[in-house]
Design a protein around this ligand. Structure first.
Ligand SMILES: [Zn+2]
Length: 103
C-alpha cells in the first residue's frame, strides 16, 4: 500500500488522516506523543548498541498539536504545544505501531 496523504486535521484529541485510496485513520494524540520517534524521546544506541530509554517528562501542553507538516511524501512531522517538533512519523512507523494497516 502506498500512503498518499490527502488531508489531516485534529478532531478533539485525535489526528485524523485521510489517504488517497480512501483509507482513514484516527490517531490519539497522547499515544502519538508517547511514541515520538525522535532520539530525545526514544534514545539512541551507544557504541555497544544498547539503547537507554530517556525519562521524558510531558508538560501540560505536550499533548496538544499545534501544527503538522508532511515530509517527503512518506512521513508527517508533528509540532506539539510545548515546542517539541523533532519527531518525524513515517507511515511505516505508524504501521509498526499498528495505527495504519500493513502493506
Ligand atoms: Zn520526541
Amino acid at each position: 500500500m502506498t500512503f498518499i496523504l490527502e488531508n489531516a486535521t485534529v478532531i478533539g484529541s485525535e489526528l485524523a488522516l485521510s489517504f488517497s485510496d480512501g483509507l482513514e485513520a484516527y490517531l490519539a494524540l497522547p499515544m502519538l506523543r508517547r511514541a515520538c520517534p525522535c532520539a530525545a524521546c526514544q534514545g539512541e544506541p551507544d557504541a555497544m548498541g544498547r539503547v537507554l530509554r530517556p525519562v521524558v517528562e510531558h508538560g501540560a501542553q505536550a499533548f496538544t498539536l499545534q501544527k503538522f507538516e508532511t515530509v517527503g511524501g512518506y512521513a508527517i512531522q508533528l509540532f506539539w504545544g510545548d515546542g517539541h517538533s523533532t519527531g518525524i512519523y513515517s507511515y511505516a512507523y505508524l504501521q509498526k505501531l499498528g495505527e495504519l494497516p500493513p502493506a
